[in-house]
Write a protein that binds this ligand. Structure first.
Ligand code: FE
Length: 337
């Protein structure tokens, strides 16, 4: 009898383990059709079904906080160092590691204790109107604060994480004082008060509302790859420039993911992170979103390759989060709306 019970317990245990391993709950603030493709391929490879919950980064962080230890979340995926930092500093991730993650994710692109890992990178570049600006006139983000750019510069609002993280990087490189002087100079050069997303800035440059804008590279790549006549008109007028090539390099940010603090399916979650770092998943990111793969040997999309090689900032992405608070206060002092 005892033996039967033991067998039954084993069998039940086995069933429980199997049931747990069969699904994975992902909270994602990314909204890309390619992500669906990724999740589908993951299921094919592992048999693990993904339950996807989408929302804004701030909204999902808030939800994770409210759910606390009862949260069903296994993984939180988001873009931008600032969002990863918010989740990290609220204790929403748990440290994990694996031989794959150790091997393929460079130290620059992960939280040192394994709270999150980046799986794609993006560059914050300058785009310019080719009829109004010669590339020789461009050099650095810093130079755009000089008086000759008065009324010619566009950026999105400082509410946006992309802006905050770039300023966080500037603080790391130049110190707060110089960064604040730069931010004030840049704000003084704005062609209009910040409004819209990065693509709106690119379109405004194309029609001559401003001469230059600071945007993420993949928005420009997306327009370049588009068949729409309106997009073709835009890219006919606009060119891309990678700033700060003689100093710290063009600012780099990430898309990243970590295992949730109370993940019910921890092992499956680690498998998923391993999968995101696989050449197959990396190629999907590269092709579908025009982001840069983090894994050596996976090529960027052909549009992104056409930009040519450039010097990237090597600042640990973790440092961008640490400077986020200082960046937000500085942007406010600089009057960057
Ligand atoms: Fe974006």
């Amino acid at each position: 009898m005892r033996r039967i019970l033991a067998c039954l317990a084993l069998a039940l245990g086995f069933v429980t383990v199997q049931a747990q391993a069969e699904e994975l709950n992902i909270y994602s603030s990314r909204h890309y059709p390619s992500d669906e493709l990724l999740f589908g391929k993951f299921k094919e490879e592992t048999g693990i079904t993904i339950n996807l919950i989408q929302g804004g980064a701030a909204e999902l962080v808030q939800r994770l906080k409210l759910e606390g230890a009862n949260s069903p979340a296994d993984i939180f995926i988001t873009t931008d160092a600032a969002n990863l930092w918010r989740a990290q500093s609220a204790g929403l991730f748990q440290p994990v590691t694996s031989p794959v993650l150790e091997k393929v994710v460079p130290a620059q692109f992960r939280e040192p204790s394994g709270l999150w890992y980046a799986f794609a990178t993006r560059a914050r570049v300058i785009v310019y109107n080719k009829d109004r600006v010669k590339p020789e006139e461009l050099s650095t983000y810093e130079a755009l604060a000089e008086p000759q750019w008065k009324g010619r510069v566009l950026s999105r609002s400082s509410n946006n994480e992309y802006v905050q993280s770039m300023v966080a990087a500037m603080i790391a490189h130049l110190g707060e004082e110089k960064t604040e002087a730069w931010a004030k100079g840049l704000v003084a050069n704005f062609a209009r008060p910040p409004k819209g997303a990065d693509t709106d800035q690119i379109r405004a440059v194309a029609v001559g509302e401003a001469d230059v804008a600071i945007v993420n590279h993949y928005y420009f790549a997306r327009l370049l790859a588009s068949d729409k006549p309106a997009d073709k008109e835009v890219v006919d007028k606009v060119r891309i420039f990678f700033p700060d090539q003689d100093s710290f390099g063009t600012h780099i940010n990430v898309s990243g993911a970590g295992v949730a603090a109370h993940a019910p399916h921890r092992e499956a979650a680690i498998k998923f992170l391993d999968y995101l770092a696989s050449p197959e998943a990396q190629a999907v990111f590269a092709e579908a979103n025009n982001e840069f793969p983090i894994v050596d040997g996976v090529a960027p999309s052909s549009v992104v390759q056409s930009f040519g090689p450039f010097k990237r900032d090597t600042l640990p992405i973790d440092d961008l989060g640490k400077n986020n608070g200082a960046a937000v206060l500085l942007l406010d002092r600089a009057g960057w709306r």
